[in-house]
Design a protein around this ligand. Structure first.
Ligand code: ADP
Ligand code: MG
Length: 564
């Protein structure tokens, strides 16, 4: 290292990240951050190079969710920054902690709008799309800048932070390293506890509940509340329902799971204990008929402005989930609260009815000579029950919906999916970071359309030889692939149904399988799992399969096209 390299902004940035235990970086290099990434590697960080910035930033977001520390992403200026910005916004919506660092142009050129290579005012563009944006203009401020970014990303409601790194700061120097004041943030996400009054209010509501339910969101997974939540369910037998990324906080096969009786248990609940979930569009904004008009809500949430965002919260419990539950669960136990038996019987009956229907559907699909959603996905569920420490990433419309129901999770934070925006194109970035951060096998279950958004990251998976199996359920289209509106033109939802996606894996040295029935799918998945090699499984299902917009068709405005 040249004499003063260790005194540059670039070097100090690496030091500050490392001082805060951040040793992985996901990104795409170019002007002005290429040497910064090289230096990071030389100083002991791991840099994972991607093909597009959105995937890299998605990877950092997944790392944040999985580790509870901010994931770190790196992009070049203007276009690279803008490509990453979507993922930064998504991470912020999802409450995943992350720091996106982008190289940027020098201020004096940008501020007078003189026209620069890849130049825009990134710092101000980023602000509405993240929790906070900071720009570090001097090497001497690096310790503070990173401390601020770390603190902001993980404290309170977690989210994405943008850190603007002008080219001039990369090479700016301090006289000695101590001038940059680098330190590890003390207690980056301090505990927060609700008052005794707030606890009493919640206990009182539960005491009188005839139809209580617990609704778990991905905040419960992120907040590492599993021990307390499992105890709560175990002691009170109150039925629980997980949102998709909360699956596994309590094992899906728990007798207290009301997932198979979702409409009934939510629709008849008189007291809902909401833990780390927002009453947003995914929960009908808290409205009827999903919930009773007169249902009472207890909400465990770190961000007080979330309370009453959609309906009255009768017992707000502000704090971090783990601390709140450490106070709430003993109080509930002391009050001797148990779910009424007739409520449990009602849910059990409805669950059995729905489970029988579901099993019949799975068996029928498995018995068919051709592949369908159920027969393509059920082998993944079988594998997960045998190897519950495998991670699942999932996106698509029908593929996501059916996989969410079919794949039982036993461990918390083992499922990542389209999240709060229900967005496509997160799959491979999430899968890459999951494999990197956990060292465990990952299955990325993708619709063919979803895969297309970030399919080139298969090269990244192969380059780092990650144990990721990408299962592409191919019906040749967005939703499905057999609807041409105009006879001589491909319909807007149509994609290539006869595609050999597996060849993308082969091109980079990975494995591939093409499967057309249940037995082939099961076999391919087991082989892929055993090999630990990067793999694509092309699961061919008919182009006619799949509902438009999956389970959220109600959000899709419909026009009467037959009149034209
Ligand atoms: P889901 O999509 O699974 O319903 P959401 O993302 O809508 O979940 O809700 C997660 C909620 O959890 C957010 O409102 C967020 O502020 C909250 N949250 C995140 N981390 C914590 C934590 N450690 N303690 C308490 N609440 C948290
Ligand atoms: Mg499709």
């Amino acid at each position: 290292m040249a004499d003063n390299t260790s005194l540059t902004g670039a070097s100090l940035l690496v030091d500050a990240l490392q001082a805060n235990g951040l040793n992985n970086m996901y990104g795409v290099v170019g002007i002005p951050v290429t040497d910064f990434a090289r230096l990071a590697e030389l100083k002991g960080m791991k840099f994972y190079g991607f093909r597009r910035e959105d995937s890299a930033v998605n990877a950092a977001a997944a790392a944040g969710f999985l580790t509870g520390k901010p994931g770190v992403a790196l992009t070049v200026s203007a276009p690279g920054f803008l490509n990453g910005l979507t993922a930064l916004a998504q991470a912020t919506k999802n409450c995943f902690p992350l720091i996106m660092i982008s190289g940027s142009s020098d201020r004096h050129v940008i501020d007078l709008d003189r026209g620069d290579y890849e130049g825009i005012d990134q710092y101000n563009v980023a602000k509405p799309f993240c929790k906070a944006a900071y720009r570090v203009d001097r090497a001497q401020d690096m310790g503070l800048a990173v401390a601020r970014a770390v603190r902001t990303a993980v404290s309170g409601r977690p989210g994405g932070v943008y850190l603007d790194l002008p080219a001039a700061t990369v090479t700016d120097t301090v006289a000695q390293k101590s001038d940059a004041n680098i330190y590890k943030v003390v207690d980056a996400a301090p505990k927060q506890l609700p008052s005794d009054d707030a606890i009493d209010r919640a206990v009182e509501l539960l005491k009188n509940a005839k139809h209580p339910v617990i609704l778990l969101g991905k905040g419960a997974a992120y907040g590492r509340g599993e021990d307390e939540i499992r105890e709560l369910v175990d002691k009170t037998k109150i039925p629980f329902l997980p949102m998709s990324m909360a699956k596994g906080v309590v094992p899906d096969d728990s007798p207290s799971s009301a997932a198979s009786a979702r409409s009934l248990s939510l629709g008849q609940a008189d007291v809902v204990l909401l833990i780390g979930a927002r009453l947003n569009w995914m929960l009908s904004n808290g409205e009827a008929p999903l919930f009773r008009e007169d249902a009472k809500f207890i909400q465990v949430e770190i961000d007080a402005t979330e309370f009453d965002s959609n309906r009255k919260i009768d017992a707000p419990l502000q704090g971090d989930i783990k601390s709140v539950l450490q106070k709430l669960v003993p109080a509930i136990e002391e009050a001797g609260i148990k779910a009424p038996q007739d409520w449990l019987d009602l849910i059990a009956q409805d669950s059995k009815k729905n489970n029988d229907k579901f099993s019949a559907r799975i068996s029928a699909s498995e018995a068919k000579p051709t592949l369908g959603y159920y027969s393509a996905i059920e082998p993944i569920n079988d594998l997960m029950q045998k190897h519950p420490d495998t991670y699942i990433v999932s996106e698509g419309a029908n593929t996501l919906d059916i996989g969410r129901n079919l794949i039982g999770m036993q461990k918390p934070r083992h499922r990542l999916d389209t999240g709060t925006w229900g967005v496509m194109g997160v799959g491979l970035g999430y899968a890459i970071a999951t494999a990197v951060e956990t060292g465990k096998p990952v299955i990325a279950l993708e619709g063919d359309s979803a895969f297309g958004f970030d399919g080139m990251e298969m090269e990244t998976i192969c380059r780092y030889h990650l144990p990721v199996t990408v299962v592409i359920v191919n019906n040749g289209g967005i939703y499905n692939g057999d609807v041409n509106v105009v006879p001589d033109q491909l319909g807007p939802t149509v994609l290539s149904h006869d595609a050999h996606y597996g060849d993308i894996s082969k091109a980079f040295g990975g494995d591939s399988y093409r499967v057309n029935n249940y037995a082939e799918m099961k076999d391919a998945l087991e082989k892929a799992y055993k090999s630990g090699n990067p793999t694509i499984i092309d699961a061919q299902i008919p182009a006619s399969m799949g509902k438009e917009s999956g389970h959220i068709g109600n959000l899709n405005p419909k026009l009467d096209l037959s009149a034209l």
